[in-house]
Design a protein around this ligand. Sequence first.
Ligand code: UDP
Length: 239
Amino acid sequence: MPKKETILGVDVSNETYDSLVKQLFHYINEGKQSFIVAVNPEKIMKAKADDHLRELINSADYQIPDGVGVLIASKLKGGDIRDRITGIDLMMELVKEAANQGKSIFLYGAKPGVADKAMEELLRQFPNLKIAGVIHGYKKEQIEIIEEINNSQADILFVAMGSPRQEEWIRENRSKLNVKVLQGVGGSFDVLSGSIKRAPAGFRKFGLEWLYRLILEPSRWKRQLALPKFLIMVLKNKK
Ligand code: UDP
């Protein structure tokens, strides 16, 4: 059973990469569907003020803590979420396990050409990975999209259309889809295709992506005040 804590009304899963990947593949083999959304302090703050968004996030099966701020919040509340799980790293763990177990993946989202490049990069890393299909994120014909994904018989669907657009899409369409795992992965195809660079590994290891971005774009400092605001709010709202 998924373990969860609640931060400002938003559910957050307490898992490790290992426990999560194990559960998800167990459910794939049982034919059960799982929907995964990544949450960070920014999304939790927005969801606190927006019932629809909060309900959308809480309707997922797993809410992964994609931000050190979420771990600090858990600690402040006496919770025990200690492992940060980022959307792109979970995607890569799922891809690795899919290649091991012969399960297939589908990439849906990003600008035309980007998901194809992401696919090439995944195949470079995992030559025996089964990629069932790719659709860019600006195609409008919804019925065709659903049909194409179902005809591909993919097991895992990664949706990269930004938040909350991708989560709205997943919630609306999951019951029509035969895929077993649906993960919203934001800008991950852009990163995989090389269109956007991630922070260097040293920064990532210590959860310091924010510092890296601040160095590149000093004007972001105002946006980053959101984190202390979030933590103060968590302290004030013990539930
Ligand atoms: N995107 C898309 N369809 C749309 C709007 C956006 O596929 O109708 C894609 C866009 O090309 C980009 C991603 O969604 O690849 C947005 O990534 P972003 O980094 O903004 O998402 P976040 O991780 O911030 O949620």
